[in-house]
Write a protein that binds this ligand. Sequence first.
Ligand code: PMP
Length: 366
Amino acid sequence: MIYLDYNATTPILPEAKNAMLNAFDYLGNPSSVHAHGRASRKILENGRSQLAEYFSVPARNVVFTSGATEANNMILKGFNGNVFVSAVEHDSALNVRKDATIIPVDHNGIIVLEELEELLKKSHSPALICAIAVNNETGVIQPIDEILKICKTYNAHLHVDAAQAVGKTDFVWSKLPSFTISAHKFGGPKGVGALIINGSIHLNILIEGGGQERSLRAGTENIIGAVGMGAAISSVKFDSVKLSRFQETLEKDLSSACPNVKIFGKSVQRVSNTTSIAMLGVQSEVQLMHFDLNSISVSSGAACSSGKVKASHVLKAMGVSDTISKCALRISYGWETTQDDINTCIAAWKILVDTQSQKQNKAHYA
Ligand code: PMP
């Protein structure tokens, strides 16, 4: 089996797995004052410190959540004022505020800075901007520094969804007023993430109860998850040199095997682990099934929670027609990917191209 769906979720890093296995031996509730409780508190706080160190922020700025979805919700739901979200956000940001204004993107999926500035100029109440650092479907990187500059000019809060950016970009994290991360996108376990708040902002307390996480997120902490996320961040392994080589080979060979392809975001800054490509005339489901039958796991656009394939709102916002977008495939790779995996993927693509052209020829002569 070949796994080429790292943007959906990554394999667990051995360092994270071992740290989690070790954490199972900690019995205490981190809120308990006795020795067992204190020991559990210590490993929980160690996980927090590992994150704080990686992002160069104070440990108290890190709030553990169940993932990026919850963290995005905490920021967006609590904001009292005008909310602006880019058209290419993940659903966990795009679908939260019905009153949000959509910031348009260009044909590469990059936020149109002039439009953002115009929107902020016209906004008379406090403003919150939500921008996805790296798009989960295309891998396109937003110009976060420029966006931050504009936000500062207009005194707006910038929240960054960094779920797909960790380990793949070199942002100066401590400059961002707030951002969200998700452990399973960088080798940690699923179901744990964090909201990191460097600026001051009113948060929506989604889960009330005890005083955990500085009363921002009640409930006994997910110690195993926090420990796994801390260990994963300390050993995060996206090797951009190796991955860029894979990206180059993959995109060159897939394009030359099939004249009818479109690669999304190819001309702008992208992370090196993502290829978003459409084989025109062949529906994503057909491509997905073909790869699956060849023991290769890839994805069509975003992995939907329902498992259904729908036309991508990201590609739509980039001006891609539904006809083309329904043929889009996302191939995403990482530290366990080998050159052989990439070669097998290219070979499977070539078989699909051949079968499709044979089908078309048959139809032609029928
Ligand atoms: N934002 C982005 C950019 C993502 O890729 C994802 C996961 N697909 C999420 C948010 C949601 O993350 P989680 O699974 O941790 O809720």
